[in-house]
Write a protein that binds this ligand. Sequence first.
Ligand code: SAM
Length: 198
Amino acid sequence: VILGAGFDCRALRLKELAGLPVFEVDRAPMVAFKNGLLAGAMRGRPIRVAVDFQQDVLEDRLREAGFAPGVKTLFLWEGVTNYLDAKSVGAVFDFAVRAAPSGSRFIFTYIHADAVDGSFPAPGLRKLLGRLRESGEPWTFGFRPEEVPGYLAAKGLRLKADLGAVDYRARYLPGRPEGYEFYRVALAETGSESDAAG
Ligand SMILES: C[S@@+](CC[C@H](N)C(=O)[O-])C[C@H]1O[C@@H](n2cnc3c(N)ncnc32)[C@H](O)[C@@H]1O
């Protein structure tokens, strides 16, 4: 389940996903636009689902689209939490834990909470925030990295990894060490420690 999929085309590119149900979730105008652009590409796959995380019940929309609860699932939520509010972010994690069995995975990105008001020390951040506000897409939500493990545990998720931009750039973009230090990516798993041990 790719949440806030935007122009993500993994579902069409990755042969490992062939034969698996892939749901791409985004706001209705984005879903309609992407369906129009890709009308000829692998008809029927992925299943695009119109959801506004701030207004709709994700669970209802996904079930209507054929999502089967109880099946091990990977949720991917990249570049989206920073546009939402705390209630909508929490509701999505709650849904994932309710819907997916133990051992399902949730990968998401978030910005450091101090980046929302520009107090995070990063060159160019305040200018960037100004541009986002002007374009009508302000950043509205972030986490403090130290609160993420407890936040997820309270939801029923175990944090497996949480990397800042410096770490993931070193790993995947070794020639480009700088930029977006306030941006982070986390991997969590549903179920308790005892589920994992068992
Ligand atoms: C920065 S893009 C990221 C797209 C894609 N995940 C990626 O990493 O390339 C943010 C996406 O979140 C979607 N989005 C923002 N607010 C949303 C909301 N309230 N409900 C559903 N989708 C939302 C936008 O339409 C957009 O496609």
